[in-house]
Design a protein. Sequence first.
Length: 122
Amino acid sequence: MAQLKHIKKEFTGKDGNKVLCLVVPIEENKMFLGEKGVYLDITAIEIKNKSGDSKDTHLLKQSFSKEFYESLTQEQKESYPILGNAIQWGRQEANPIQSDALSESAIDQYKDEKEEHDPLPF
C-alpha cells in the first residue's frame, strides 16, 4: 500500500492513544468507490527474465482503462509502482503432442484427471 500516493499520520484512537495510520487518497490513486468498498484494479504481468532463485512468476501493477493508459507518456507509465509479486500455483501447460492422434495412455490420463476434480458449483 505504501507504493501508492499516501501520507502517514497519527490520529487519536477511541481509547485516547495515538494510532499511526496510512492515509491513501482514492481519486489520486485512480481507485474507485463501490457499494461495498474501495477498489484498485490490479494486473499480473509475467516475469520473462527471472533473476536468481526467485519463485515469483508475476509482478503486480495497477491496471487502467485503455483510454487512460494510452493517454500517458512512457515516463508516466513507468512511474506507476510495482505493487507486489505473485507465484503461479497449479499445473503448468503440458508440452503439446506432436502427433495427429492421441495415444491411449494420453486419453486414459485425461479421463483420470477429469474424474479427480469436483464439478463446478454453477
